[in-house]
Design a binder for this molecule. Structure first.
Ligand code: SF4
Length: 78
């Protein structure tokens, strides 16, 4: 199954949690806010194997600006 990460970057408060937990996918951008690596319009499709890391990052976000959606069903996991 594939999943789509959607990052509401505008409302990121730059706490650093996501890039600490899942540095393979998240980093700090030049403006201080987090950046989803290799994103297109703050979205990225990932494989099942990369779900856990990104889900942990999303769950850690204090302002809930990281969302993960199942590509097929559009079911929103977080
Ligand atoms: S965890 Fe949320 S608020 Fe913190 S840096 Fe990441 S996206 Fe921004």
């Amino acid at each position: 199954m594939k999943y789509r990460i959607e990052h509401d970057r505008e409302n990121c408060i730059a706490c650093g949690s996501c890039w600490s937990i899942c540095p393979e996918f998240w980093e700090q951008g030049e403006d201080g806010k987090s950046l989803l690596k290799n994103n297109k319009n703050n979205k990225l499709v990932i494989e099942e194997k990369d779900l856990e890391c990104n889900k942990s990052a999303a769950e850690s976000c204090p302002v809930n600006v990281i969302h993960i959606i199942e590509e097929d069903s559009e079911n929103k996991l977080i």
